[in-house]
Design a protein around this ligand. Sequence first.
Ligand code: UT7
Length: 331
Amino acid sequence: MANLVRAKISALGTYVPPRLLTNEDLEKMVETNSQWIMERTGIKQRHIVDKGVGTSHLATEAAKKALAERGMSGSEIEAIFLGTVTPDMSFPATACLVQNNLGAKGAWGYDISAACSGFVYALQTGVKFVESGAHKRVLVIGADVMSSIIDYTDRATCVIFGDGAGAVIVEPATDENYFMDFVHEVDGSGGCFLNMPGGGSLHPASHETVDKKMHFVHQDGQQVFKYAVRKMAEASERVLERNGFKGTDVDLFVPHQANKRIIMSAADRLGMKEDKIIINIDMFGNTTAGTIPLALDSARQQGRLKKGDLVLIASVGAGFTVGAALLRWAC
Ligand code: UT7
């Protein structure tokens, strides 16, 4: 029997910390130049937290904005799913800290670790809980403080990442504007190309792990680049094809913002024109789980996201993790 309940996004909120780290600032910190960063990544600036600010703060601020937009209080939320690889601490989950900050007394929830696909994975989870009838008001958050795990002497990684968060409320759909489908993949053989090896059970924090810089992001940029272009396009094609659409039918392509060249190559494979793609990496850098809600918000602010639009979301992240979602925008 067909599933009668469909799910929609009913509100969106985002938050980035006020402090800017520009390409020119980075020129003073490592051997790089603004032109290289712009040409190779598309990034001009990123937002960075001040000391003492963790992911739960960014997540809470984004969630408060989404709740205010919907005219809802935290106590009406039933579940919180939060994608992050930079939780405030190993445990408790950042979702628990956010639950407390929001006064969401009736909500349960947990963190989802899928790196740059964290928001799409959390979204799939939230949507399924609504479609199953288990919940009616779910908060889905993507939030990361990447600056907490970046080596600001490593020019290959420190120019890419920024801090930021976004939150959406997922509720039962009331018309034809709802989530149609998701595609997810994991390829654990790619774990060696992008990771932070220190601080887990395998390499607990010690003087040695600190000396070996194991608490920072380690990346083989070219391997990640090639995989991201191929998989972002493949996952998008799969979710489009199995729902009877082509790339040219999409009103707005909302890709994970890792590198402008990755986005343009993937879009090219999908036959998409630039005016259908949202790119805001110049403003925020790669905020990991935060990029997709931040991109949706940029699209909305630019007047490029209307009710009924066919929206394609795609992400690739450390793991490797892959995600794509197809929906009609509902708010
Ligand atoms: O969400 C997933 C997270 N990660 C990604 O998506 C990353 C995907 N990969 C990338 O975005 C790119 O591979 C990077 C932006 C990381 C690097 O760009 P690239 O075009 O692949 O550069 P490369 O690693 O091939 O390096 C080219 C040159 C090297 O110099 P030589 O050996 O040719 O003399 C690097 O040392 O550029 C040099 N380089 C830099 N130069 C100035 C690397 N980083 C920098 C830098 N400034 N920041």
